[in-house]
Design a protein around this ligand. Structure first.
Ligand SMILES: *[C@@H]1O[C@H](CO)[C@@H](O)[C@H](O)[C@H]1NC(C)=O
Ligand SMILES: *[C@@H]1O[C@H](CO)[C@@H](O)[C@H](O)[C@H]1NC(C)=O
Ligand SMILES: *[C@@H]1O[C@H](CO)[C@@H](O)[C@H](O)[C@H]1NC(C)=O
Ligand SMILES: *[C@@H]1O[C@H](CO)[C@@H](O)[C@H](O)[C@H]1NC(C)=O
Ligand SMILES: *[C@@H]1O[C@H](CO)[C@@H](O)[C@H](O)[C@H]1NC(C)=O
Ligand SMILES: *[C@@H]1O[C@H](CO)[C@@H](O)[C@H](O)[C@H]1NC(C)=O
Ligand SMILES: *[C@@H]1O[C@H](CO)[C@@H](O)[C@H](O)[C@H]1NC(C)=O
Ligand SMILES: *[C@@H]1O[C@H](CO)[C@@H](O)[C@H](O)[C@H]1NC(C)=O
Ligand SMILES: *[C@@H]1O[C@H](CO)[C@@H](O)[C@H](O)[C@H]1NC(C)=O
Ligand SMILES: *[C@@H]1O[C@H](CO)[C@@H](O)[C@H](O)[C@H]1NC(C)=O
Ligand SMILES: *[C@@H]1O[C@H](CO)[C@@H](O)[C@H](O)[C@H]1NC(C)=O
Ligand SMILES: *[C@@H]1O[C@H](CO)[C@@H](O)[C@H](O)[C@H]1NC(C)=O
Length: 551
């Protein structure tokens, strides 16, 4: 055995490593060794299984890493490599060259017995591991479709042991579990068969993803593309779970389910940064949760383009984990309606915390910043705390929101799923707010692009709840055509108007402000009331508010 390893080492090529941007220790610091899978007998035929030769190459590479303390690349020359589950080991980088594709097997026997290990490529408790090379890992998800349906495909189920539910029994693509210093760069992930399921029993939670980072430290993901099927349920882009210090940059994600999705099951998430990404999804582009048993802290999302998605920036906190110190900046969003069987109601921004069920707690959400955001959407912003989980200290700065309808899907639903109140019939508004303490709105410009806003006449709506410390500064919240109370706003640079409202509301309030010219507060018990003229509104509103406050 020793002899074989020595012979192998002699045939290793020494290559100069070319990347030096991330802090990952060994992967960057030393020139790497490399071994080709074809030298170990891989056929690259695309139909004959290459599992054994590839795994042998990985094992040899990892041995070389341990002997030489240099990272080792397993190279895949152009061709298609059909394989069952591959186990990535410490010190090994899969180097899939351009025109090379790893194809995930589509038979149940291609995957380990335990359903939670059904990945095409998986690294467990490994360090200094990665994937690169310009090639593709393909999960062949279309082969798992039982019936194609534009609304939502019906998928096969490998429910043999009863460990998973219905069509949620499918393999996922790539997983790093309990790893340190992970680097994934310059690679595409296509057609993941599956991502994720949350079973109702907390003890048997299983999670599946196209790129799944679980309990890892120091992960860098850059120049990565993910193309999932748009109609296939449960195929996420990148799921980051219970992991610290993760950097994602220059990614393109086009998929059916959530694109970048931090979750907490067994521990917190600290320091996740995602920048320079382009996203399209039938679910949420950025989604926190819904698995949220532990904290989310220090997450930054910057320079991101979100197109034609069902939801833009979403916090779906349901299990008592607390969220704090989160920044979203320089983000362009378009959100639209899709079939309501997919979570999402075209909200550009959706912040919710409520207990999933009777046994759950609601986490708090504090110190969120939204800066330089532009959105065009079919629905408004939804900011919903709950009795046990008030939203604290939210800031919106330089935000332009344009509202219009362009699909034929029905509107007028507020979406609390999963759990909580489910789908609730409710008219739309620019912002719907409940259970908030501290909302700072500065340079926020809302406009309605069309007349079809019969159900949509409230710029700001406070739902019956506690709402405190709302500040509106230099913002323009205006309606076109639908209600004619707003004066045309000629000069943008008129004097700054500031309003601080401190209210305890026990009934629905409506407030309209066009601050660069004037400010009107309108109090109405009936949200659908129509306003008279500006002067009347302005005169009537202020005393009403203070009366209420002193009750
Ligand atoms: C993560 O990276 C930092 C910075 O390079 C390093 O100090 C730390 O030791 C790394 N953590 C682990 C677990 O390797
Ligand atoms: C990849 O395939 C294309 C088209 O077949 C070819 O032009 C190109 O040279 C190949 N690239 C590599 C790196 O093999
Ligand atoms: C999964 O399999 C178990 C046991 O074989 C069975 O009881 C259960 O109904 C199946 N569930 C689904 C959703 O297929
Ligand atoms: C992440 O950091 C937190 C806080 O230091 C720690 O409790 C947790 O164990 C860390 N997670 C991992 C996977 O190292
Ligand atoms: C998160 O980043 C901050 C600032 O860089 C650092 O002080 C802290 O140790 C990091 N947290 C974890 C858990 O690594
Ligand atoms: C923002 O991201 C795009 C790629 O999506 C990139 O081309 C551009 O340079 C980035 N801008 C900044 C300021 O980093
Ligand atoms: C958003 O759109 C504006 C105006 O079209 C553009 O200047 C900016 O670069 C875009 N930002 C992103 C992140 O795409
Ligand atoms: C969330 O914060 C509350 C209040 O500080 C605390 O009681 C609770 O334990 C925290 N939850 C978690 C999961 O850390
Ligand atoms: C919002 O619109 C105003 C005027 O239309 C423009 O000056 C500003 O740059 C826009 N801000 C963002 C973040 O798009
Ligand atoms: C917001 O946009 C302005 C103008 O483009 C820029 O100067 C500022 O740095 C941006 N803020 C953030 C937090 O990126
Ligand atoms: C909406 O319905 C109208 C009339 O039925 C149809 O002409 C139009 O193409 C539909 N629009 C979309 C976006 O599906
Ligand atoms: C919501 O409205 C629809 C259509 O008007 C109605 O069929 C449904 O029963 C309502 N649901 C609830 C929960 O009120």
């Amino acid at each position: 055995m020793k002899l074989i390893i020595v012979t192998l080492l002699l045939s290793l090529t020494l290559l100069q490593s070319h990347s030096a941007t991330s802090p990952l220790s060994i992967l960057q610091s030393y020139p790497h060794l490399s071994l080709s899978v074809t030298d170990y007998g891989a056929t690259a035929s695309g139909h004959q299984y290459d599992t054994v030769p590839i795994q042998s190459t990985i094992d040899a590479c990892s041995s070389a890493f341990h002997l030489r303390r240099r990272p080792c690349h397993v190279t895949f020359p152009p061709g298609k490599y059909l394989t069952a589950t591959l186990h990535l080991k410490s010190g090994v980088v899969l180097d899939i060259s351009k025109n090379a594709t790893i194809l995930g097997g589509t038979r149940l026997e291609d995957y380990p017995e335990k359903q939670e290990k059904w990945y095409v490529v998986v690294a467990e408790d490994a360090a200094e591991v990665g994937i690169t090379g310009g090639g593709v890992i393909d999960g062949q998800s279309l082969k798992f479709v039982r019936r194609f349906d534009e609304r939502k495909n019906v998928m096969v189920s490998w429910n043999k042991t009863g460990a998973c539910l219905g069509d949620e029994c499918r393999p996922r693509l790539v997983g790093f579990i309990g790893c340190r210093n992970v680097k994934v760069w310059d690679v595409s992930f296509n057609q993941p068969a599956y991502w994720c399921v949350l079973t109702s029993d907390r003890k048997h939670i299983t999670l599946y993803c196209s790129l799944h980072i679980v309990r890892c430290q120091n992960t860098s993901i850059h120049d990565v593309s993910i193309y999932g099927d748009f109609n296939t349920p449960n195929n996420d882009g990148i799921d980051i779970e219970d992991s610290n210090n993760t950097l994602i940059t220059r990614c393109t994600i086009d998929t059916g389910d959530d694109a970048i999705c931090p979750k907490t099951y067994t521990g917190p998430i600290y320091n996740l940064t995602a920048t320079n990404c382009w996203i399209k999804t039938k679910s949420s582009a950025i989604k926190f949760g819904s698995a949220s048993w532990y904290a989310f802290k220090g997450l930054v999302f910057d320079n991101i383009t979100i197109v034609e998605s069902h939801r833009g920036l979403a916090l779906q906190i349901r299990d008592g984990g607390n969220v704090s110190d989160i920044t979203f900046s320089n983000i362009n969003i378009t959100t639209r309606y899709y079939d309501p069987s997919w979570w999402g109601r075209a909200e550009p921004i959706y912040i919710t915390t409520c207990p999933r069920d009777d046994t759950s707690k609601s986490g708090s959400i504090s110190n969120l910043r939204f800066i330089n955001i532009t959105a065009t959407s079919e629905n408004g912003v939804f900011l919903s705390g709950s009795k046990g989980g008030v939203l604290n200290n939210l800031k919106f700065l330089n935000v332009n929101l344009t509202y219009k309808r362009w699909t034929n899907y029905t509107d007028g639903l507020v979406d609390y799923r999963p759990g909580c109140q489910g789908l609730v019939n409710h008219s739309m508004a620019g912002f719907i707010m409940e259970h908030i303490d501290g909302l700072d709105v500065e340079n926020v410009n809302m406009r309605w692009a069309e007349e079809k806003t019969g159900k949509w006449n409230n710029p700001l709506e406070f739902r019956p709840s506690t709402v405190n410390n709302i500040s509106l500064m230099n913002s323009i919240l205006r309606l076109h055509r639908c209600l004619k109370f707003a004066k045309p706003l000629g000069s943008e640079n008129t004097s700054l108007d500031v309003l601080v409202i401190t209210l305890i509301l026990d009934t629905k309030m409506m407030l309209m402000a066009s601050v660069s010219e004037a400010l009107w507060l309108v109090h109405t018990v009936n949200a659908d009331a129509i306003f008279a003229n500006e002067a009347v509104v302005s005169e009537r509103a202020r005393p009403t508010i203070s009366d209420r406050h002193h009750k």
